[in-house]
Design a protein around this ligand. Structure first.
Ligand code: VTB
Length: 346
């Protein structure tokens, strides 16, 4: 039900966000590249016949004018919704969005940015705090065999075994941050090859589930909300994903993560997270019975093309997956901004 009603529309949601953001590609303006994506995503989302609530978005209501956590989206959340929606029949859904995942990548014209969202029934997505998360993603063959509590070396041995190849044949994506210096050393020592990325670990995590992507693991610390979105995709694809919240600013070294370890722990407790060191499994981060995930490339990436503009239009490539279908649907769309005209194939 969730899938049939929303499947096609959420493709348009990510497409519109990607097109808006791609107009700012290479302009060195990461905040604008993000803002326009947020606006476009919200506008399209509000045309969908649904009762949605943002659980992962642009931040708390006071800091984010749009797509803030708790914001209601969809036609059927309007005050007069009863006049045009069959409210009792529509299930309430939770939505995690990242309209411009990899704002720096867009601003500097680099590969790997995309517009993404995940949807589930109410309560089906972990409302992660705006903290960091230690992540481990691996291919479906290694699911449940690797473990974030094991060392990188041990996990690489396991992945190699599960994939019937040598460690030298594995590529691990790690975010290029000083906090990962030891991790990178260890991976190289174990024999695997490292792909350092400046941003965009959602794309890296999902790529592990696609054979042919030449990415076999994602290791290291990125943002927690992005971890939930990655987990949602991995739920649909059967890949391995585990996450553990990181609340100690000293471990992260870069970025904002509250004032101190103690104040962060206090914040977690106030959110009802009493075991801050818990390792979250994919099925806990994206626990819903039905989970849908959609992404559209903004700049070119491992899985999707970026937005390509031409006179009077643009072409996009998106990916839609869900727990209800065993398909990974890549959607290639030509958007005509002007009235219908010749559609160019190549
Ligand atoms: C992480 C990563 C994201 O930004 O949030 C990163 O998960 C920011 O990390 O994919 P730092 O604070 O260490 O710079 C992204 O790369 C892009 O949003």
């Amino acid at each position: 039900m969730l899938e049939t009603t929303l499947g096609l529309e959420i493709i348009e949601v990510v497409e519109q966000a990607a097109i808006a953001s791609a107009k700012w590609m290479g302009k060195g303006e990461k905040n604008i590249a993000d803002e326009v994506a947020v606006e476009a995503m919200r506008e399209r989302m509000n045309k969908i016949n649904m009762r949605g609530r943002i659980v992962i978005g642009e931040g708390e209501r006071d800091d984010a004018p749009m797509l803030y956590i708790g914001e209601e989206v969809g036609i059927c959340t309007k005050p007069d919704a009863a006049n045009f929606c069959n409210i009792n029949e529509l299930i309430e859904i939770d939505i995690a969005v990242d309209p411009c995942e990899g704002t720096n990548l867009v601003a500097y014209g680099q590969n790997g940015s995309m517009a993404v969202l995940a949807i589930s029934e109410k309560g089906g997505l972990f409302a992660a705090p705006d903290f960091y998360m230690k992540k481990l993603a691996a291919p479906p063959a290694a699911k449940g065999h690797v473990d974030i509590n094991k060392s990188a070396t041990e996990n690489l041995k396991i992945i190699a075994e599960c994939m019937n190849r040598s460690i030298e044949e594995l590529v691990v994506v790690v975010m290029d941050r000083s906090r990962h210096n030891d991790l990178v050393k260890e991976i190289r020592q174990a024999g695997a090859r490292v792909r350092l990325i400046s941003d965009g670990d959602v794309s890296a995590a999902i790529s592990c589930a696609f054979s042919g992507s030449n990415i076999h693991a994602l290791m290291g610390i990125g943002a927690a909300p992005e971890g939930v979105i990655s987990a949602a995709a991995m739920r649909c694809l059967g890949g391995h994903f585990q996450g553990q919240l990181i609340y100690d600013p000293e471990i992260v070294q870069t970025g904002l993560i509250g004032e101190s370890k103690e104040s962060n722990l206090e914040r977690l407790r106030s959110m009802g997270i009493n075991n801050p060191d818990k390792v979250y499994e994919t099925e806990e981060l994206a626990s819903g019975e039905t989970v849908l995930f959609a992404a559209c490339g903004i700049t070119p990436g491992t899985l999707m093309e970026g937005v390509r503009f031409f006179h009077g239009g643009a072409r996009t490539q998106s990916l839609v997956i869900s727990t209800q279908s065993s398909t990974a649907r890549f959607v290639d769309t030509i958007h005509m901004f002007d009235k219908p005209k010749t559609i160019q194939l190549k």
